[in-house]
Design a protein around this ligand. Structure first.
Ligand code: SF4
Length: 306
């Protein structure tokens, strides 16, 4: 049953003509009142398709809300807490791409959507964990500069031997996913009948032992549609809680119950209500940067659908 606060937000969404986009890592009370829940790619696509609303309230981190703003220049994007900033995105400022391009003038630049708008503006294309391999295959150049997640770069490189993937920087990582080390392996021994699902931001050691590798939404779909019943999951707990709630006939085991993205968890129901009332936390992107970044994002969408 929904709480009074959840009901108030649903009412406000209607009166203010707003939609609520919610990342898989948000808490369950926020997921319960979302218009759309998904990974960064799904939310980016959804953001590009939204019509007839005045406000998009984005419960995710800074770069995701920026992407929604870039794809919706005619709408106001609000973020409940402006401190929800992804530390990995901060590891690849635009200046590092400019420097890398000077060193590798013939390389194409593919950046993870987990980057700031100004970084995307310097790239040829963006990608997510669900389509990085597909997009890298489709690029013309033999050398690809990719960042900021080094584990994702290594994952793509491992499967794309005819191209060279150069990680920029060579220390980029997600602190949530890189903390999985021996636990998933230990759990595989403890639960021999369980499928180990891993996010490509995890270390090569974990990925080597995984039965299924995919983005949060790919994991969700796999868990829902595959015949398997038990899963060990190496990603942020928000997705695991979503799967436990929405796929009740299957068993989900957290590889590490303290794998929490504190930045994602900064949004709360109280802050969502506040931002819908005050409309003060607006996500703004410089129009010149937004135009360039939009090209890189839409190229990703084209190449993914191609
Ligand atoms: S889970 Fe990792 S990549 Fe995602 S927002 Fe948190 S720190 Fe950034």
């Amino acid at each position: 049953m929904l709480s009074t606060l959840q009901k108030e937000i649903l009412k406000l969404k209607k009166t203010e003509n707003a939609v609520l986009l919610v990342h898989n890592y948000q808490t369950i009370d926020i997921q319960e009142i979302a218009d759309y829940i998904g990974d960064s790619y799904e939310l980016a696509v959804k953001a590009s398709q939204i019509k007839d609303v005045d406000y998009i309230v984005f419960c995710g981190v800074d770069f995701m809300a920026e992407t929604a703003a870039i794809l919706n220049p005619d709408k106001t994007v609000l973020i409940p807490d402006k401190n929800a900033k992804c530390p990995m995105a901060a590891m690849l400022p635009a200046s590092l791409i400019r420097e890398a391009r000077l060193k590798h003038p013939h390389a194409e630049v593919m950046v993870y959507v987990n980057t700031w708008a100004e970084t995307k503006a310097e790239a040829d294309v963006t990608c997510t964990s669900s389509n990085a391999l597909k997009i890298a295959k489709k690029l013309d150049s033999e050398t690809i500069l990719f960042g900021p997640d080094k584990n994702l770069a290594l994952y793509v490189q491992d499967r794309l031997t005819d191209k060279k993937i150069i990680p920029i920087p060579d220390y980029g990582h997600c602190y949530v996913h890189s903390q999985f080390t021996y636990e998933p392996v230990k759990m595989k021994i403890e639960y021999p009948d369980a499928i180990l699902m891993a996010h490509p931001e995890c270390s090569p050691e974990v990925l080597k032992r995984a039965d299924f590798i995919g983005s949060t939404s790919q994991m969700y779909t796999y868990a829902k549609t595959s015949p398997y019943k038990k899963f060990i999951v190496t990603t942020e707990i928000g997705l695991i809680q979503r799967m436990q709630r929405e796929i009740p006939d299957k068993i989900f085991i957290m590889a590490k119950p303290d794998a929490v993205c504190t930045q994602m968890k900064m949004h709360t129901l109280e802050k969502i209500k506040e931002v819908l009332v005050n409309k003060d936390k607006i996500v703004k992107v410089d129009s010149e940067i937004a135009d360039k970044a939009r090209k890189a994002i839409l190229r990703m969408v084209d190449l993914t659908n191609d």
